[in-house]
Design a protein around this ligand. Sequence first.
Ligand code: PMP
Length: 453
Amino acid sequence: MNDPRAIVEADRAHVWHHLIQNKVFETVDPRIIVEGKGLRVWDIKGKEHVDAVSGGVWTVNIGYGRERVADAVRDQLVKMCYFAGSAGSIPGARYAEALTARMPGLSRVYFANSGSEANEKAFKMVRQIAHKHHGGRKHKILYRDRDYHGTTIACLSAGGQQERNAMYGPFAPGFVQVPHCLEYRAGDLAGEGYGERAANAIEEVILREGPDTIGALCLEPITAGGGIIVPPKGYWERVQEICRKYDILLHIDEVVCGFGRTGTWFGYQQYGIQPDIVTMAKGVASGYAAISCCVTTEAVFDMFKDDTDRLGYFRDISTFGGCTSGPAAALEVMAITEEEDLLGNSTRMGAYLNGKLHELMDKHACIGEVRGLGLFQGAELVADRSTREPLEEKKVQAIVADCMAQGVIIGASNRSMPGFNNTLLFAPALIATKGDLDEVVAGVDAAIQRIVG
Ligand code: PMP
């Protein structure tokens, strides 16, 4: 029944793959991954790979083959698989309590299924607050150039990678772009004090649009697919100040950075800031179930109450937000993360990987910059270090493909930004060891040698 050739044929004939599978996997083979253990995966031909991107899109933070997560999901499904309506669930209540205990200042969890959906919830909350408390005026949502928040029309409207997504327009009104904060590509703005200047550029947009029209600022803590952009010193403090000054809600999209990717539970916790809304998805259940969350402060929740709507009336429903498998898996993922000190390992191994990539930079002139936090690292490739001209996309893809042929799976920055798909991305499971990382870096070394010389 599972004859490899028949499966590959069925896949070729009937599966409509998404963007990343189309672009990367197709250059090598219709690579169907059939098994995983720890950081290793095996494809349908039996070939072993070391996975440095946690399931392709940095999701499987705890690694593959965790039986206790599967057991918890199975037990829960047999007992009570699903009841949405207005009912809650035991794992839902327990998880919301456990999650918010790790997010001081936040206290309410709205369950959904994907990163895009969690962000849609946040956008709807902002709009409802605008209508209920600001006469509809504070309805605009600011997003940042190069950030990504999902694939729906509203999320694409809030997406800072719109060039190649133009075919999905017209986009939704009320979303306004602010500049990115990548110092390496900031031109004359770079240098001492750049963090503050980059944040001030957001204030300029706010003043141009009118502060009383803006409800929220939505940012990734570290821009992920847009090129691993770690905001410069002083940036976040100033961003928080600006939001407070103009009564703008700070919405942090932790879909990628959450759950230890950067070395703390959430990326924003690296900076001591206090967001009003936090969205998360991939790492919540680490790929063992489909679940996402939109978490808010009590103050945000309270804005949905009035004399008649005591329970926080948000006119929204998510059918599968009522699935119990998600929070059941998420509770186990959280326990594993703590028992195995995966946050600490992410910090330690992240520093190790960063050092190894810097060594590669000494060897290969095509690496223009190495940047990252925890087990979330990037190496920006250039054709010329002095002009910083990006390395051709074709060559970047060839490096990724060469690694894959060697059995090393890495990523590259998002393919919707022409000219800037030149950052190699590394986000292995948080259980990675030095040996795993050495293997990944050796693969990249050999690939660059072959492709760039
Ligand atoms: N936000 C960020 C930062 C993401 O990287 C992604 C997905 N790559 C999303 C949101 C959307 O998540 P999903 O694909 O689950 O809808």
